[in-house]
Design a protein around this ligand. Structure first.
Ligand code: TRP
Length: 449
């Protein structure tokens, strides 16, 4: 079913780099530690790993199969496989949610740019928790700087996306992803030598299930979907650029493992520092921005490390946001016949408008509350905890029950004996485990059950 003239990622390494590039981002380094901090540490980590491997990997394979088999964007993939049915709604959920995520994500990526700028221009080595806290609050609640950075970040996205799939997305990911791994390992080693490293590690690794509520179980699932870029058809879109030779199960497993590894590394970097510098693990979204500067202040050549860290966080965000934008850009190019450049302009333009609103929700729009949440929190909550699980559930039902079984098996193509056993387990999870599990956790988390 795949079309021949469609762009393709050039190499096997490229496929892994773009997929891991999409998965690894603020979700791992910024969102995971603060969610784990708010939801009690170790128990959250364990639950998150459960969701990643038991639900995330099957849903990821489902996205890969749908994308590579049809060679289409989210919207037309469902239209081709199930013409005239309501399944194409999944595509529209994906497009809407991707724009919501892109908007608030760009605000946080903008914060990383501010921190790069500060590390370069006036690194002053503050260590005290209250001073760091004030510094962050003053910045985030001001009215123009966060907006300026958000817009600038979206312009960087434009520059890469307009170049296209192979020359833009793949090239950038090939260079950035290995670099990110190396620098994270260096920071992990540094944190392990901190005086209160033991306390931090036991917070992260010792599960205390008494802390868990249905809401935190939903957060752990939402985090798994968010971090693996699942549920919106982001990976359907990317898989449409995979070649026939890409082994889908292996790629999914590798992506999930590397992604979890990065999240755990982020925890290992942050929690020892939280306890060593007397910070609060449950500080929420600003955790990374208030804790890490304290580490840099202690380190020799702190300004350099600080610049490097935030630079890499910025770059990891960039490889993730381009994957979000690609969802709607691919639809606009393929289905509406728009030029890539114009489609990119439209996508980034909309994100700029919503992104500005999210950036201001820490400042002059702080009083605007919907269901008691600021716009930033609303966008995050609705997309991660509602739309991603919903999309993920539908995608897994579609691949497990509606898609031709021979197609599913053919695309997942298990050659070895171990591979065939794995395939059976995978299809079992896709059909019988993921959909009901997602539904129950979702209903319990929003308080219906
Ligand atoms: N996974 C990315 C991160 O962890 C975010 C992301 C990229 C995403 N593309 C996505 C989230 C699609 C949901 C859907 O930072």
């Amino acid at each position: 079913m795949q079309q021949n003239n469609r762009a393709q990622f050039a190499t096997r390494l490229g496929v892994v780099a773009v997929t891991v590039g999409s998965a690894v981002g603020l979700g791992n380094i910024w969102r995971f530690p603060y969610e784990a901090g708010v939801n009690g540490g170790g128990a959250f980590l364990l639950l998150n790993l459960f969701f990643v491997f038991v639900i995330g990997v099957p849903v990821m394979c489902a996205e890969f199969v749908i994308g590579r088999h049809t060679g289409s964007n989210v919207r037309s993939a469902f239209r081709r496989l199930a013409p005239g049915s309501a399944w194409s709604l999944v595509g529209y959920i994906g497009i809407t949610a991707s724009i919501l995520i892109l908007s608030f994500y760009s605000v946080v990526a903008g914060w990383t740019m501010e921190y790069i700028y500060r590390s370069l221009t006036d690194f002053c080595g503050i260590r005290s928790a209250t001073a760091l806290h004030d510094r962050f609050d003053t910045f985030a609640s001001s009215n123009w700087r966060p907006v300026m950075w958000t817009l600038l970040f979206l312009l960087c996205n434009y520059a890469i996306l307009a170049r296209g799939v192979e020359k833009g997305i793949e090239k950038v990911s090939n260079i950035l992803m290995p670099l990110l791994f190396i620098i994270l390992i260096a920071f992990c080693i540094n944190s392990l030598f901190m005086p209160d490293a033991g306390k931090g590690l036991s917070f992260l690794f010792r599960p205390d299930f008494s802390q868990l509520t249905p809401k935190s179980v939903l957060s752990a699932m939402g985090q798994a979907f968010f971090s693996l870029s699942l549920g919106l058809g982001c990976l359907i879109t990317y898989a449409s650029y995979f070649s026939r030779r890409t082994p889908l199960m292996k790629t999914a497993f590798l992506t999930a493992s590397l992604d979890s590894f990065v999240a755990i590394m982020a925890g290992v970097i942050i929690f020892p520092a939280v306890f060593t510098y007397g910070q609060e693990p449950a500080a929420g979204p600003k955790l990374v921005f208030e804790v890490l500067p304290a580490i840099f202040a202690e380190m020799p050549l702190g300004a350099l490390w600080s610049t490097l860290f935030f630079l890499l966080l910025f770059l990891a965000s960039l490889t993730s946001t381009i994957s979000m934008s690609e969802i709607s850009i691919a639809c606009m190019c393929d289905d509406l016949g728009m030029k890539r450049r114009n489609a990119t302009r439209l996508n980034i333009g909309i994100a700029m408008a919503f992104g500005t609103l999210c950036a201001l929700s820490f400042g002059c729009l702080g009083g605007v509350r919907v269901f008691g949440m600021t716009l930033f929190n609303l966008f995050d909550y609705v997309s991660s905890n509602v739309l991603l699980p919903l999309g993920g559930m539908l995608i897994s039902i579609f691949a497990g029950w509606r898609l031709n079984h021979a197609v599913l098996k053919g695309e997942l193509d298990a050659t070895s004996r171990g591979g065939r056993i794995f395939l059976r387990i995978l299809i079992f999870c896709m059909r019988y485990v993921a959909p009901p599990c997602i539904l129950i956790v979702f209903l319990a988390g929003i308080g219906v059950l």
